[in-house]
Design a protein around this ligand. Structure first.
Ligand code: G3P
Length: 235
């Protein structure tokens, strides 16, 4: 949890910025979010790609390139292999697609070894399927660019997803790890707010949770009053 002491101690060290990524492979949703003018990147995963019916290596690679043409920011593309050589092979092919591509690697032993290899080669990575502080520690030790704790799936089993974000943010700040905390598996607008309060660097969100930030009944009521008062006088 960001306390005033933390803000004062770390404020000069780290310029806080809460990045919004959209968590989808759907090009229309990515365009809608990007047109809002607040989108900083995209995350995908094999399930999200399958949901869009993207199959075959060539189509998958072209789809990642299409996403990179829509947004200016980082685009996470996940490897399928779970063996070290396969992760390296797939990750290097993904990284070669476009400068915005970030190679998404699962939190497994072979994945951590591969993240270390990619880090040493300057290939940016997103360590995914993270559910514990210990896993987040390993991701940072391997110099992952991002770590993706899945907060919704923790909440789904009565565990404290946002609490994990707070623990990771505090651990990374204390030791000065540069890995960015990318809160994932966000289910709703309150998750975004809670992740802001917890100090996450990024929240990757479904489109509806981003649009949900717009909504407040008093805004609707206030705008209706403004317009009706104007029309009473001006017709
Ligand atoms: O990026 C990870 C995210 O897509 C997982 O979300 O809702 O399947 O837990 P969910």
């Amino acid at each position: 949890m960001l306390c005033s002491c933390k803000c004062s101690i770390f404020a000069d060290i780290k310029q806080f910025d809460m990045k919004f990524f959209i968590d989808t492979a759907n090009l229309d949703q990515i365009r809608e979010a990007y047109d809002l003018g607040v989108l900083d990147g995209v995350t995908t995963n094999p399930s999200l790609m399958a949901k869009e019916g993207i199959k075959g290596t060539e189509n998958i690679m072209n789809h990642y390139k299409a996403i990179c043409e829509i947004v200016d920011g980082d685009v996470s593309a996940e490897v399928i292999a779970t063996d070290y050589e396969g992760i390296i092979r797939e990750g290097e092919a993904l990284a070669a697609l476009h400068p915005q591509i970030v190679v998404k690697v699962p939190m497994i032993k072979e994945g951590i070894k591969a993240i270390r290899y990619f880090s040493n080669k300057g290939i940016r990575t997103n360590c995914t399927l993270v559910f514990s502080t210990g896993q987040a520690l390993l991701a940072a030790k391997a110099d992952a660019t991002y770590v993706s704790p899945f907060i919704g799936r923790l909440d789904d089993i009565s565990s404290n997803g946002v609490g994990l974000i707070e623990e990771i943010v505090d651990m990374y700040a204390f030791y000065g790890f540069e890995t960015q905390v990318l809160a994932a598996s966000i289910r709703h607008t309150q998750h975004i707010i809670d992740c802001v309060k917890a100090g996450a660097d990024v929240a990757t969100c479904p489109l509806e949770s981003i649009l949900g930030l717009l909504k407040h009944p008093l805004t609707d009521i206030g705008l209706e009053k403004f317009l009706s008062d104007y029309k009473k006088l001006n017709g």
